[in-house]
Design a protein around this ligand. Sequence first.
Ligand SMILES: [Zn+2]
Ligand SMILES: [Zn+2]
Length: 332
Amino acid sequence: MQDNMISMYQKAHRSPRHQENDHLKKPATDWFTIIWMVSIHVIALFAFWNFTWSGFLWFLGLYFATGCLGITFCFHRLLSHRSFKAHPIVEGFTALMGTLALQGTVQEWVCHHRIHHQGSDTPRDPHNARRGFWYSHWGWLFIQHDAISNREKMNKNTRDILANPWLRFLSRNDVMIACQVLLGFALLFTGGVSWVLWGIFLRLVAVYHTTWLVNSATHKWGYRNFESNDLAVNTWWVAILTWGEGWHNNHHRFANVCPARYRWWEVDVTYGIVCILESLGLVTDVRRYPQEAHDEFNRLKAIKNAARVDDDEEHDRTRHVSGQEPLYKPSN
Ligand SMILES: [Zn+2]
Ligand SMILES: [Zn+2]
């Protein structure tokens, strides 16, 4: 009894330093998520034996609606970063689409993502990419994170989400599950099993993995436009699969601007949608790259070009020594 009281007292009076180190404690395994993920993946496999073109169209339509409008446009750029403002109907509808991606409630998603940016690729990061590709891809989902399981901490990090009645309603787990079940039954009664397998299960798996690639592949393979002290890089094929999210080095360096693209050829479908909605007056206050970004990009480009000329000159000297003529002479 006395031991318990001492332990309670110690917990209640831990120094801020100790509280900061809470993430270093060995986290508990999240068996519910493991069983959930295995089940969804196994059921999704049956889609390949139940192919219909109409089911495939549902897959594509919901892949776009939940992955692009829901996760990328709403959960990520609008709600996590507040990089633009949207008309309440646009915000409400896209938040519902994000909820249908079944990647945790809107409150949990935003909370995880904000913590990811607060300590990218450090022990604070829920999907710290320094712990390996598979950990950052999906291993992190299978353990309980204090930032989410501790409701008080989560509420503190997402006050703006809870202040909105619709977002607060969508932040309930039972509501999130009910939305998916309702969509599933609607597909079942109108199109049959094939629509459910393609529109729900395989689509969920596809949106899961493409979203997770932003945490794994774009913290591993790619190039940088900007200097940053984390592992985030730009990965073109992830940008295509995730409607623009693959330009992750740009995003990590300037997290609160709306476009993830920077160079003219970096395709960012989500930003295109934001621009269209802005021209219709449904989106306002779009944050774009500051002058600081252009200055930094040009400075780094000049440094890289100078390094490239040095390399070429060195290469030519080596060829000359070995008896080969250089292909060109530097002009200066
Ligand atoms: Zn990241
Ligand atoms: Zn972000």
